[in-house]
Design a protein. Sequence first.
Length: 306
Amino acid sequence: MDSWNRAIALIEEQIADGAHHRTSGTVDVARLARATLTSEHHFRRMFSVLAGMPVSEYVRRRRMTLAAPAVLSGQEPLQDIAVRFGYRSADAFSRAFRAVHGVGPVDARRAAPRLRSQPPLRFTLSVEGTQQMTYRIETLDAFTLLGRRRRLPIVHQGPNPAMTAFLDELGQKTLEDIAALSTGRPPGVLAVCTAFEEEREDGSTFDYWLAAATQSPPPDDGRQPDHGPLESLEVEAHQWLVLSSQGVEIEEIQQLWPQAYGEWFPANPYEPLDVPEMLATVHDDGGEEDHMELWLAVRPTAQSSG
């Protein structure tokens, strides 16, 4: 955890530099990633899982915690405080202040409201991981995803109504047509997630596909399918981490991502790639849905490969 605590110290240093007029107060996430020996993409995902909030939210909370005394003192224009803490305008600073404290800076100066304080994070080692995780690493050649997509909001816990509505709208016939195109691995109709907004917060959006992996273009018999033409997405050759859920309940499936980023990646010399994430259904011998598999593209970290 030492490298992650160094990243927290860097955040404090960069915010403090702005507060003391030494820099613009901008937090360089690429620098934080280098401190943890990861890519920026990996750092953002890991931080969200370990801290329970995106790095941008943590930085905002710490900025507003440190900016509160300057706001309350009333000795400095809000525009000057905003610039020192990394905001280009007093309006942007005021929105961030209100989002954290529940009251705007002008009102905070007039009254004596209750404000919120975000202490610096500190990552510590706890005694977990007594249960071994099972996983496998697969290597897939390049393939094409063929299917339908919809821009949806992220829901980290519980059902996603927009996702359910999309599935109902497509209907069984469309899903059967997509399934018939499956010639690659993983087989069947895949739930594919890609094009996430940077921090992947609850309510932010991503592209959700119901698609099949195919190694060859679909046959062209001159007919237009009832559901309209399918979209395609090319995926390059990669190694893939495959984790399995215990069953097919929504809560069990949603736990696959925290298991991957909170448990597997910290313990193994790999990092995730910014590649579509795939969720495949595995059936039992009787053809019933048994469990789900999460497929994440990975590569060995620099330490393990060099």
